[in-house]
Design a protein around this ligand. Sequence first.
Ligand SMILES: C[S@@+](CC[C@H](N)C(=O)[O-])C[C@H]1O[C@@H](n2cnc3c(N)ncnc32)[C@H](O)[C@@H]1O
Length: 251
Amino acid sequence: MFLPWANVLLRHASLRPAERVLDVACGTGIVSREAAPLVGIGGQVVALDINPSMLAVARALNAPSGAEVHWREGNAMALPFAEKAFDVVLCQHGLPFFPDRGLAVREMRRVLVPGGRAVVIVLQTLAQHPVFQMLMESVARHLSVPLSAVMTPFALSNADELSALFASAGFKIVDVHKETAMVRFLESQNFVALAAASSAAAIPAFAQLQIPERAALLEAVRTDVEPTVRAYREDDVITFPMHAHVAVASC
Ligand SMILES: C[S@@+](CC[C@H](N)C(=O)[O-])C[C@H]1O[C@@H](n2cnc3c(N)ncnc32)[C@H](O)[C@@H]1O
């Protein structure tokens, strides 16, 4: 699902051979794997995430061509790198998850060289994503938690707020672009359960459930969401548009 976004992000990043790139909140590494051939063997790609399980998956996947990717455990709000260590900082669907987004953006600024750029992609509003809206409302209702506890990926949807984060951190030029990508999910039967489980994973009320209760909750969500999902399913593939803002900020 995240490959189309990596393509969008990297189109805005316009990476050049030999550039040094930091991928903040790399997850399982799709952005870094796509960036490595673009900067080539003379370049550098460092991929950082706070979650060692994400990095374990990233390390287990086939290495890309081009620059070697260095997988690094760390916190976006306290980057373990010297000042001016990178030409480009990338961050795909990570910023909404950081408890102090301003601090994370100041950290991006600190590790960039003068003239360096940050390219950050975040989702637009939940209301523009009917499948996820239905799914997250259902998860919140069945867990008896507010929608805000579940909808973190959509929590930084305001373009002005996004732009202000970069301006406040001292970036000189900040442009925010609107982008739409068609995302595809193979094995459509698993989509609702996986998406619901990942939406709920960080919620204590979900983490504390026993396995049978979890399964019952996911089945209840599937029943709620299935009619909405059906409109986007063809053969065994779900395809729907998603909408994001891409902030391109220069030091
Ligand atoms: C929605 S995933 C996006 C992953 C990846 N960028 C991609 O596009 O596939 C969000 C990622 O943010 C990471 N994350 C959350 N808080 C973080 C923090 N404070 N520092 C670094 N990574 C963090 C999570 O572990 C998760 O891998």
